[in-house]
Design a protein around this ligand. Structure first.
Ligand code: DC
Length: 217
């Protein structure tokens, strides 16, 4: 199985862009685990999958494919390229509820581990909310990327320029609040290294993560 570099953190911590760049520089794969939660929300909205509720749900029929190539990222489900569709606000609004269902989380843990083991890559940077604690607590490198609330909101505002900042603030903070009821991604678990990117630019954040990986791998 590929070596896992596990990276958790909240929205706007720089987690996705930093993880992708780190994967590129190491020649590793990159796995965005939030994409699967978003894709499942999309599949529920499109009527491909019943709304997850039952504790014994298995999601056997969930049709999901994701690229682990940091230079060619795509997500497909039921023959549809949903790379962009899963970033729409309506998915962001419904995804926390789906991610809060315990059966969904069990399914996602297995899906993530299967995607890594089937990849035939030497290493994969896996980013999410519960990778360091639940999905890969045994990973040789485990990091939590954080940044102050102000900086996280500013970064998100730059990504989604036309958004009204007040709505954005409400959406991001509410999603973090609801997601953190399920898993704690604000404080590092035992043995997890903390990288605070509040005062770091992109390149400095990448270097901080790379130096921890080089120390530990
Ligand atoms: O990272 P993201 O915004 O694409 O994640 C989408 C949602 O999925 C987010 O609301 C929290 C959830 N998620 C999770 O619960 N565990 C993960 N490992 C990844 C994402």
């Amino acid at each position: 199985m590929a070596e896992i570099v596990a990276i958790d953190g909240p929205a706007g911590s720089g987690k996705s862009s930093v993880s992708k760049e780190v994967a590129r520089r190491l020649g590793f794969g990159y796995l965005d685990t939030g994409a699967a939660y978003r894709a499942l929300s999309w599949a529920v909205a499109e009527g491909h999958v019943a709304k997850p509720e039952a504790a014994d749900e298995t999601f056997d029929g969930f049709d999901y494919e994701i690229s682990l190539n940091p230079d060619d990222f795509w997500v497909k489900s039921y023959g549809v390229d949903i790379t962009n569709a899963i970033r729409l606000p309506k998915i962001a609004e419904s995804v926390s509820a789906v991610a809060g269902v315990p059966a969904v989380r069990r399914f996602m843990k297995k899906l993530t581990r299967d995607l890594v083991s089937q990849s035939e890559l030497g290493g994969v940077v896996v980013e999410g909310r519960d990778i360091t604690t639940v999905v890969a607590p045994d990973a040789p490198v485990r990091l939590l990327l954080t940044a102050s609330e102000e900086v996280r909101l500013e970064r998100r505002a730059k990504e989604l320029s036309p958004e009204d900042l007040a709505t954005l603030r409400q959406q991001v903070l509410e999603r973090d609040k609801s997601d953190s009821k399920v898993v704690d991604f604000m404080k590092p678990a035992d043995g997890v290294d903390l990288v605070d990117t509040t005062n770091l630019d992109f390149e400095q954040s990448v270097q901080a993560v790379l130096s921890i990986i080089r120390e530990q791998l």
